[in-house]
Design a protein around this ligand. Structure first.
Ligand SMILES: [Zn+2]
Length: 496
């Protein structure tokens, strides 16, 4: 049945801009404070109070807009969106409507369907258009559960009232739940990279609504769309869209109609349920906000913002594949956060072996981080310390197996690779005479390699270092080995 129909999905994302103070007053935006403590006459909507626009919010919105290839309008206006709700003290929300902050953006990102076990089937690049990004204020929060008199009362916390948001509206370009999932992931990562949003769906500083409809494959007209709300994790988003596609197809197949409405996702029942019939724009009686002048963004600000833009995750992913010859999957994992990507690049540079750095981070370090619930930016094993470990393996100072054990120890103790190697293997042998004996034996035991080395295959030096290391139980000082080896191999070569 699925093949007969084509899903059409559009996404609206509300991203909380990471300013210290609210958009129209000086109240703090801190999460988790005592309810209603971060409020004033402006964000409580008291009569006679006037909004003053927070410049930082505009700068962050400009950064977000440019990172998504949106065109920032030099002049935009704020509008009042009128509706009644207990957590909206003014009875309207200051938003933008017919002249938004920015328009006509797009992203081109990798996306893939997933198999039963959730693994990507085949990544391909797809472009999704972004209609607009505008600036608005958040409403307060209604609390229906968990309070002393929740059975009979609802509670309102207005700390969130007036927190700045960027609303990012896409075109209906998504054709599957996984495309929507990949897009929201990408958006979140980008906003985190450029430092304008924490992207934490559980804390509600990134929220997503999806408009879902289905139509017969090949049809041009869109079907009736349903708005899905309450999608407060990536998993919910994907599952709710999937459920909704099936629900709508089943209705149409039964000869029934899809109603235009807003539905909520219920995770416990794995179902969407109807919340209300969907408002049309005219229900909100938008009109220009009389208390704020038009928002003028100078060319200079836009140009400066463009110049200061860091490398974006998608560009970085492609560069990792090209520059470090990483696999598509490894590159995708390493750019997951900016801290992870920075860590990788530092370890790759310091060790001179990008592939090893990628493997060690993704296979060993990530597991340790997961076990201790830490972020890579606070890893007890620094990038340079990991690079040191990688170099020791390459020199043959330690085996790969030993290195894995050492990494676990480095992680739990914060000690360097060399410290741990010393403790484990007893004192390091740096005595030149002792090492020379081992070197001479390695040379005598391997005449073929000696010949090849002297014929110009100098990369064999690593082989000899390894032999000496093995013979010394991993304790010989690699620098001394290298010096003596060169001496023995090249010195005797001249004599012969
Ligand atoms: Zn305030």
């Amino acid at each position: 049945m699925r093949e007969k129909y084509e899903p059409v999905i559009g996404l609206e994302i509300h991203a909380q801009l990471k300013t210290d103070s609210k958009i129209f007053c000086g109240c703090s935006t801190r999460f988790g404070d005592e309810p209603n403590s971060n409020t004033c006459a402006v964000c409580l909507g008291l009569p006679g109070s006037l909004p003053v626009l927070n410049r930082k919010a505009v700068e962050m919105a400009a950064r977000a807009a440019l990172s998504l290839n949106l065109r920032v309008n030099e002049e935009s206006i704020f509008s009042r969106k009128n509706y009644f709700y207990p957590d909206l003290p003014k009875g309207y929300q200051i938003s933008q409507y017919d002249r938004p902050f920015s328009e006509h953006g797009w992203v081109e990102i990798p996306t893939s369907e997933r198999n039963q076990s959730g693994h990507a089937i085949e990544w391909r690049m797809k472009r999704f258009r972004i209609t607009r990004l505008h600036i608005e204020e958040d409403a307060g929060k209604s609390i229906h559960e968990g309070m002393a008199e929740s059975a009979t009362k609802s509670y309102v916390d207005l700390n969130r009232s007036g927190v700045p948001l960027a609303e990012i509206v896409s075109e209906p370009d998504f054709r599957s739940s996984w495309e929507a999932y990949d897009y929201v992931q990408y958006l979140r990562r980008t906003l985190q990279y450029i430092g304008v949003c924490d992207g934490n769906m559980e804390e509600g500083n990134l929220r997503c609504d999806a408009n879902v409809s289905v139509r017969l494959r090949g049809a041009e007209a869109f079907g009736t769309k349903v708005e899905l709300k309450n999608l407060n994790s990536f998993r919910f988003l994907q599952r709710a869209i999937e459920y909704e596609i099936d629900r709508q197809i089943a209705l149409l197949e039964a000869g029934e109609k899809v109603l235009q409405e807003t539905r909520l996702w219920n995770e416990r029942d794995s179902k969407t349920f109807s919340m209300r019939s969907k408002e049309e724009a005219h229900d909100y009686r938008y009109f220009p906000e009389p208390d704020l002048p038009p928002l003028v963004v100078t060319r200079e600000l836009i140009e400066r913002t463009g110049r200061e833009m860091p490398e974006l995750p998608e560009a970085r992913r492609r560069r990792f594949i090209e520059q470090y010859e990483l696999s598509v999957d490894d590159a995708a994992q390493l750019i997951d956060t900016r801290a992870m990507a920075d860590y990788f690049e530092e370890a790759a540079r310091a060790s001179g072996n990008a592939k090893a750095a990628a493997n060690w981070i993704l296979n060993e370090l990530v597991r340790e981080l997961k076990n201790s619930g830490a972020d890579i930016s606070r890893s007890p094993v620094t990038a340079s310390s990991l690079a040191e470990l990688i170099k020791m393996i390459e020199l043959g100072t330690i085996s790969g197996k030993m290195a894995k054990e050492m990494l676990v120890e480095m992680y739990s103790t914060g000690k360097s690779a060399e410290e741990i190697a010393r403790e484990r293997g007893g004192a390091q042998i740096s005595d030149e005479a002792e090492i020379r004996q081992l070197v001479e034996k390695a040379v005598a035991d391997n005449p073929k390699q000696v010949e090849a080395y002297r014929a110009g295959k100098t990369s064999l030096v690593g082989f000899f270092v390894g032999q000496v290391m093995k013979a010394s139980g991993g304790r010989a000082n690699p620098q001394v080995i290298n010096r003596v080896l060169k001496d023995v191999l090249e010195g005797e070569g001249q004599k012969g």
